[in-house]
Design a protein around this ligand. Structure first.
Ligand SMILES: N[C@@H](CCC(=O)N[C@@H](CS)C(=O)NCC(=O)O)C(=O)O
Length: 203
């Protein structure tokens, strides 16, 4: 059964889904549909499957459309009976917390970037995003050892996608100087083929 994925090589949420698909051996089941999703330009074709006009959106064989990335990742994991959503209490809550942490950081970074690109960005808003991002990085730096010790989960994937997005869109922030232990963890996880193949690219 093939599944259609509204996809872009730039979206970190799509990347999360693609990393899951690679890790779970499901990537050949996905038919990628290049879909442009921009806040200021709702995409009529995409909206037929997801009225929120957001990617990723996964359309199953029978037309049932799944969103958002949180739901799609769990769906793929269930389909493959995979290990990315641990079931045992301790690992489960840690994985879900890191998943929310990574997605929350991404949400803030995307809003930060939108504000930064405006003609007249609001200074205090930019400062607040920077403050929160650095606080997240310091917190995650303290958790780097726990990240390294736990088997790969959706939490690891979400956090790596947020750090990849920092490299992609916030190159001047030098996040590695704020979180050197996290940087070491990231350089290990980044070497996995699923992460290499899905590095964000322009175009
Ligand atoms: N919570 C959603 C966020 C998805 C999201 O915001 N995707 C962006 C692309 S990176 C998008 O579609 N933006 C278009 C819009 O907000 O209208 C998820 O996890 O899938």
């Amino acid at each position: 059964m093939a599944m259609r994925l509204h996809w872009s090589p730039k979206s970190p949420y799509v990347r999360k889904v693609m990393i899951c698909a690679h890790e779970l051996g499901l990537v050949d089941r996905l038919e990628l549909v290049r879909s442009v999703a921009a806040m200021l330009k709702p995409n009529a074709r995409l909206m037929q499957d997801n009225p929120l006009s957001k990617i990723p959106t996964l359309v199953l064989d029978d037309g049932f459309a799944l969103f958002d990335s949180v739901v799609i990742c769990e769906y793929l994991n269930d389909l493959a009976a995979g290990p990315l959503f641990p079931k045992q209490a301790a690992d489960k809550w840690q994985a879900l917390r890191w998943h929310a942490f990574g997605d929350g950081l991404l949400d803030a970074l995307i809003l930060w970037r939108n504000e930064r690109e405006r003609d007249h960005p609001l200074g205090p808003l930019l400062d607040a995003f920077e403050l929160k991002t650095k606080a997240c990085l310091r917190q995650l730096d303290d958790e780097a050892q726990a990240l390294a010790e736990m088997p790969l989960s959706i939490g690891h994937i979400a956090l790596a996608c947020a750090l990849g997005y920092l490299d992609y869109r916030f190159g001047t922030l030098d996040w590695r100087a704020v979180a050197p232990r996290l940087a070491e963890w990231y350089s290990d996880i980044r070497s996995r083929p699923a992460f290499q193949i899905t590095e964000p690219v322009d175009g």
